[in-house]
Design a protein around this ligand. Sequence first.
Ligand code: ZN
Ligand code: ZN
Length: 325
Amino acid sequence: MADVLPALDDQRPAGGKRSSKRDLILNVFLAQEGHVSADDLVERIHREDHRISRATVYRTLQWMVAAGIARKVDIGEGRFRFEHSYRHPRHFHLICKVCNRSSEFLSSDIDVLIEEIAAARNFSAHQSVLQIYGTCEQCRTGRPPTVDGGTTELLFARDALRIAIATERSGLEFYVRAAKAVRETRGRLLFERLADGERGQLARLEARYQKLLATDPLLEARPTFLFFKGAANGLFAAGGEQVARGIADEEAVAIAIKCERASHRFFKRYGEKFEDSEGKQIFLEVAREERSHLEMLLREYRATSRRRPRRRRVPAAPRMRRAEA
Ligand SMILES: [Zn+2]
Ligand SMILES: [Zn+2]
């Protein structure tokens, strides 16, 4: 926990002096996974130091909510619970009405739908809460789950890496196919260079994934946290099929631009939305990588369309758009 505190120092209230009580409460709170009630927290604090009053714990909780360190969650019990938001992205909940346990997930498809609905109603949305009530597997079958949810931050990083790896893999496959499909040396060399870039990136991501797995032996088996239907790897797969049918160099570059642009947008958009976390960093890193591929392709596209006599109308050379900068 020692690495957490310095980063939170600047979030202390103005004029708030370092308080060892507050640090203790903060540390105990941040060490909890899941959703704790104020009373749970008081009980845990008292195990550490019984002189800290209930009022101090409540006040510190209020401060943590105001400082964005804690979030209030209403899981329908008639009282609030608290979860930490530090390196913990906003998420949705599945709540069992029998045992009151909840599990967390994130789905960007749901986020997108909520944005579309709000936009259609001209509504400025600040926050959305989705609670799915029902009965968990354990309460239904009597069998305890083989693995529990684990630490959300780790799950988030794991899933972000899985999505990034799947995208890089399909990107690599796309460029390998494109390098074989194009007719000119120039195009082949470009696609080979991009394939090498994807290979390097893939190796780095896979090494990072292995390193993450080493921190939790059950991590691979834990439930999915991040759900994506329209992830970027599908774009490259579709592009790869187009390219494999045999294609002019310029068209292959145009398809690659379309894929990289969509992929860049996907990782940047979600990376920016997530709260600070390793998962967020992974998304933003992939976005930067995709952007550099996109720039390389755009340069090539402009160079070849300048060089080549127009046999047919080619679409206007795509440019970087402001949102991609
Ligand atoms: Zn249950
Ligand atoms: Zn939660």
